[in-house]
Design a protein. Structure first.
Length: 337
């Protein structure tokens, strides 16, 4: 037991030493990675590959933030016409730099770039600030503290978008010049989705009465009497068509009877059949005559009704009744003035 107690401080010291070795090894690995990326950035800058060089410097600074790396990143961004990013890198370098020469370099470049910066303002009026409103700039979230503020940005095209629960999404795009631009985007009032999905009820519209000097006819040219006239005229046309059919059938029966017995005074074998055809033909001829009479009377009555039903005439009581009997067809028309 005493041996274990005596060894306890030694074990703790060994453990602490091992932890220090591990941390030191990790830091050394990180420094090596940062140094390698920094070297790549310098090489790429000399080759004129500015975009790749700037990315290498940025990755190196993310692994190990150093004033020298930030200054080189600023120089790279400046050569690549990313003035806002360059100005920000020089400003960050001034918070870390200790070397007087590096401090002077970062200060001179930051002061020279600042008057050339372009600014983008995302204006959010009070009426547009709905609950849950979130804005983005090129898919990156825009913190509400940056709303209504002129923020330095690199030149290029920016997509400003916004969304809020229960509201229609909105987006627009703007182009910011590389130098000296002052661009402002105003966020509109977002449309409520519930109002968009529920159409508003149309307000009843009152049609003003149309004043006219002409007397009211109750239906334009086709007054009730004229509508009756059209119906009666249709009956007349149909009756005449029936009369034509009966007339054709009567003629056909007469011709068939004549072929069976050409001479009525001379007996023939098909005399009975010829007599039956003659009777049928006579009946059909009478029916055809009656249909012609009804049709003619209906057409005459329709003409009278059409005349009496003119819009400018006073209403008259009219009754029309076709009458057929004993081979006579007629149309009774009663007019009440």
């Amino acid at each position: 037991m005493r041996a274990l107690r005596a060894r306890a401080p030694s074990i703790a010291a060994i453990s602490a030493f091992a932890i220090l070795l591990t941390v030191s090894a990790t830091a050394h690995a990180q420094n090596a990675a940062a140094e390698s990326l920094f070297t790549d950035g310098e090489r790429l800058m000399k080759e004129g590959k500015l975009a790749e060089a700037c990315q290498a410097f940025e990755d190196s600074n993310r692994i190990e933030a150093r004033a020298g790396t930030l200054i080189n990143l600023g120089l790279c961004r400046e050569h690549n016409n990313q003035l806002a990013s360059a100005w920000s890198a020089f400003k960050d370098a001034l918070t870390r730099v200790k070397d007087p020469n590096k401090k002077q370099l970062a200060t001179e470049h930051a002061n020279a770039i600042e008057p050339r910066l372009s600014y983008l303002t995302i204006s959010v009026p009070d009426e547009s600030r709905v609950d849950g409103l979130a804005l983005t700039r090129n898919t990156g979230a825009v913190d509400p503290v940056l709303w209504n503020r002129a923020i330095p940005v690199d030149g290029g095209t920016y997509v400003i978008a916004g969304h809020a629960p229960g509201h229609e999404q909105w987006s627009t795009s703007v182009v910011v010049p590389n130098e000296g631009g002052k661009i402002s985007v105003e966020v509109p009032r977002f449309k409520d989705l519930t109002k968009l999905m529920t159409p508003a009820k149309p307000e009843p519209q009152l049609t003003p009465p149309v004043e006219t000097d002409e007397p009211s006819t109750g239906g334009g040219m086709f007054t009730p009497k004229r509508k009756i006239a059209l119906g009666v005229g249709g009956v007349g046309v149909a009756a005449i068509a029936v009369g034509i059919v009966f007339g054709l059938q009567a003629r056909s029966d007469k011709n068939d009877a004549f072929e069976l017995c050409p001479d009525p005074a001379t007996p023939c074998a098909d005399g009975n059949k010829a007599s039956a055809l003659t009777r049928d033909g006579h009946s059909k001829a009478l029916a055809g005559d009656a249909a012609y009479g009804v049709g003619a009377a209906a057409l005459i009555g329709a003409g009278v009704l059409w005349f009496l039903g003119a819009p400018t005439e006073a209403d008259r009581g009219v009754a029309v009744a076709p009458r057929v009997g004993h081979g006579v067809a007629a149309l009774d028309v009663m007019v009440r003035f």
